[in-house]
Ligand binder design. Structure first.
Ligand SMILES: [Zn+2]
Ligand SMILES: [Zn+2]
Length: 419
């Protein structure tokens, strides 16, 4: 048997992990500044949770979920996204009863059986946040501004465009669906097989079809944003006003459909042209009906998720080369007594919060220095018998290529200073 991972799944290797930590920490700090707390959820839920929240006629539910039968016969699904689980936890733990505003974020792995492509995996990581309770437009704007702040914080907004639209609500969307049916019915024969079916089940999905012929027809279809009711128009206008007031740049894109049924009113996508055709890096919107749909009290809400792998690709473009130096000091040694001293010094340095590496055996000095170089350490300590007897250590500054001899105490002091 060939030893390999499942197609569409990937490891995050130690040489990349600093970048991941950096982005995750930035997200955590930005979210907490906005009053969000982390929610850790299971990766498995009853299939029903996703079918009911995402909509049974969406691509995710129809084609992409990892669903299997548990030993007791119940149907379970590996989460394809985070919102449904957050809402399930929100209802199950009666969070709505504790506060009129609940702000939650999550990070973790999601699973969708899609065609793998650049930056898009079947097992992938998302960071997301949900703001539950308020229905006022400033809550949409705060959430969108927060995502933008995060992307600014990690230095990649130069590659990004924020697109905004509205999908209407229970008041104006049914009327719009009728308009779509009236528009697409005469074109029925030219639609793909999926879309002919969608015409009867969920005509909005036709707008999302990736088949070229369908896209050409859909481009001429009436647009939701031109057919919003008064309340929805006002909502969008106020979201825009709030975003403008804090200088978040966006464009209106009436073509945003989002692949999920639960969205109402505000929807947004953050896209890039740097990563090929599948270009959304982050996406989200308002979902005022979902909590009720899953059995909770009526609770308006707005949320988003960003794809980690795509953020990482953009971050690599913005900051190529190594990212984040891990090891600060490498201690090379010659002779058994020096090895013992190196072991102690390494322990001492780590105790002071200085990342340190040393050799465990008696490798040649040359091979130890090679490893020191590779480790990215800024300083290399070299101890031989002679140094040991004199109570000193040779300290090599790796970037300046200078070397000086100092006593152990001074060497420890120097290594403890931040560079
Ligand atoms: Zn189609
Ligand atoms: Zn409306």
């Amino acid at each position: 048997m060939e030893t390999r991972s499942i197609r569409g799944f990937h490891d995050v290797l130690p040489e990349e992990i600093k970048r991941w930590h950096h982005i995750e920490e930035e997200a955590k700090s930005v979210f907490e500044l906005h009053g969000f707390s982390e929610l850790r959820m299971p990766v498995l839920e009853f299939t029903e949770i996703f079918a009911r929240s995402l909509g049974t006629t969406t691509d995710i539910v129809e084609k992409e979920m990892y669903t299997f039968q548990d030993r007791d016969g119940s149907s379970l699904t590996l989460r394809p996204e985070g919102t449904a689980g957050v809402v399930r936890a929100y209802i199950e733990n009666s969070m709505w009863a504790r506060s009129p505003v609940t702000k939650l974020y999550y990070t973790g792995m999601m699973f969708r059986h899609e065609r793998p492509q650049k930056g898009r995996f079947r097992g992938f990581y998302q960071i997301g946040a949900e703001l539950l309770g308020p229905e006022e437009p400033p809550s949409d704007a705060e959430l969108i501004a927060m995502v933008w702040k995060l992307l600014e914080g990690i230095g990649i907004t130069k590659y990004l465009k924020l697109e905004l639209s509205s999908l209407g609500d229970d008041n104006c969307r049914p009327r719009y669906k009728e308009m779509l049916i009236a528009f697409f019915t005469p074109e029925k024969e030219r639609l793909c097989e999926d879309c002919r079916r969608r015409l009867g089940t969920n005509p909005l999905r036709i707008l999302d079809c990736k088949v070229k012929g369908c896209r050409e027809i859909a481009a001429r279809a009436p647009r939701m944003i031109d057919n919003l009711c008064g309340d929805c128009s006002r909502h969008l206008a106020e979201v825009r006003e709030n975003l403008d007031s804090v200088g978040v740049p966006y464009v209106i894109n009436p073509g945003i459909v989002r692949g999920l049924d639960y969205y109402t009113r505000t929807v947004f996508e953050i896209t890039t042209e740097e990563l090929g055709s599948q270009n959304a890096v982050a996406a989200g919107g308002r979902y005022d009906g979902l909590v009720e749909e899953l059995g909770g009290p009526r609770t308006p809400a707005v949320g988003f998720a960003v794809g980690m792998e795509r953020l990482i690709l953009l971050h690599q473009m913005a900051f190529p080369g190594g990212f984040g130096r891990e090891i600060r000091v490498f201690i090379a040694h010659m002779g058994e007594e020096a090895r013992k001293k190196a072991f102690q010094l390494a322990s001492e340095l780590r105790g002071r919060g200085v990342a340190t590496e040393t050799d465990y055996g008696q490798k040649s000095l040359k091979s130890q220095l090679k490893r020191a170089d590779k480790s990215g350490a800024g300083l290399t300590f070299i101890i031989g018998e002679d140094e040991l007897n004199r109570g000193v250590v040779k300290v090599r500054n790796m970037s300046a290529s200078t070397e000086e001899e100092m006593d152990f105490g001074s060497a420890l002091e120097l290594a403890s200073q931040s560079d």
